[in-house]
Design a protein around this ligand. Structure first.
Ligand code: MG
Length: 161
């Protein structure tokens, strides 16, 4: 029997502004700036949602959670992931593996890697060993390099159940 695998990719970017809580992958990290957005601005979770939806060809985060909808103002992005995870299940797929890259100059994310991976694994109901996370800086160049923005890329592998 042939196993049906899908690969979904997701990307997101948010500006970083002072006095906004910094949330990444559902984890609150102490920092002077945070992602400006309609919801909590969690780039990693938003990219994850797009990757999940991409894998089942169901559009993107905006198709379900418009940034003009007052219901999602300051929303916890975990809600969006939960919705996407359920859609994946409904389409009879399971999340096999997640690989993610975050682009940010500051704060240093390495001390939070395990906490973030644990957060993603519990949101997706998969073992920690199936969640990979990496971070890169932009070497001081551009919007990200100047610390005024943060971006994330996520790849998910889905497997037909
Ligand atoms: Mg976003």
């Amino acid at each position: 029997m042939m196993i049906d695998y899908r690969n979904g990719i997701g990307y997101d970017f948010h500006r970083l502004k002072k006095n906004i809580p910094f949330v990444l992958g559902g984890v609150r990290i102490p920092y002077s700036k945070g992602p400006l957005g309609h919801s909590d601005g969690d780039v990693l979770l938003h990219a994850l949602v797009d990757a999940l939806l991409g894998g089942i060809a169901e559009g993107d985060i905006g198709s379900f959670f418009s940034d003009h909808d007052p219901r999602w103002e300051k929303a916890d992005s975990k809600i969006f992931v939960e919705h996407a995870r359920k859609l994946v299940k409904k389409k009879k797929f399971s999340v096999h593996f997640v690989d993610a890259v975050v682009l940010a100059e500051k704060p240093k994310l390495q001390p939070y890697f395990v906490a973030i991976r644990k957060s993603l694994s519990s949101l997706l109901l998969i073992p920690l060993s199936r969640v990979s996370l990496k971070a890169k800086t932009a070497e001081g160049v551009g919007i990200i390099g100047k610390g005024d923005g943060i971006a994330a890329f996520v790849s998910v592998m889905l497997r037909k159940t």
